[in-house]
Unconditional design. Structure first.
Length: 211
């Protein structure tokens, strides 16, 4: 049995729409340990929290924009060469079905009921926002690979395998691969190897540092 108080535990979660649900991957000491899928945010939260994770990294906006069509962290990411979706105000998002997955992410944050990263410390277990495309892009930038090659699945698998010498045999689809990349971001938080984008007003976005 695992001694939950002497190992690092990181969970990464990919968020889809209501029908697609949530895909999660658990890392123990920076290595794959288990995965889980559910369309129920409370079932996902129960699965994740049984492991007492130090950090849970979620591929979904942690907040809506308070003032306009995007958040500070999203604009900062774009300035650093990481393309991403923009999150509008809640009122604007409610007018488009495109943002259904963002509301599904909000349900997960609520179900997990853990503190959000405060921009300073990982002294207590917390939730962070991250996203796989940014992780992949940051890795390529660290390798001076400016232009991606191959399709999304190939690129993400390659990044994951090279970042961690990852055993990907358990990751049966792109959603679990993205969840694993999110778990990598959580691992990097515990190692203090991260770049922080955004602000407390409309949310922090965390991307691993690879150099």
């Amino acid at each position: 049995m695992l001694d939950l108080h002497t190992v690092s535990r990181a969970v990464g979660i990919d968020v889809g729409g209501v029908k697609k649900g949530y895909h999660a991957v658990l890392h123990i000491n920076q290595r794959y340990h288990a995965h889980f899928h559910s369309t129920d945010p409370y079932a996902l939260a129960e699965w994740a929290q049984q492991f007492e994770p130090n950090v849970i990294a979620i591929d979904a906006p942690s907040m809506f924009s308070l003032k306009g069509g995007s958040r500070t962290g999203e604009r900062d990411l774009v300035k650093n060469g990481m393309r991403c979706f923009y999150t509008p105000t809640r009122a604007a998002a409610e007018k488009s079905r495109f943002y259904d997955w963002v509301f599904n992410g909000e349900r997960l944050y609520q179900a997990l009921a853990m503190p959000h990263f405060d921009g300073h410390s990982f002294a207590q277990a917390c939730l962070i926002e991250t996203f796989p495309h940014g992780i992949e892009t940051a890795y390529r930038q660290s390798q001076t690979q400016v232009k991606p090659s191959g399709n999304k699945l190939t690129r993400r698998l390659s990044a994951l395998a090279n970042i961690t010498a990852y055993d990907t045999q358990h990751l049966t689809n792109i959603d679990f691969i993205d969840a694993a990349l999110c778990a990598v971001a959580a691992d990097h938080c515990l190692a203090d190897r991260i770049s922080i984008y955004g602000c407390s007003e409309d949310g922090f976005i965390i991307i691993p540092r690879f150099c």
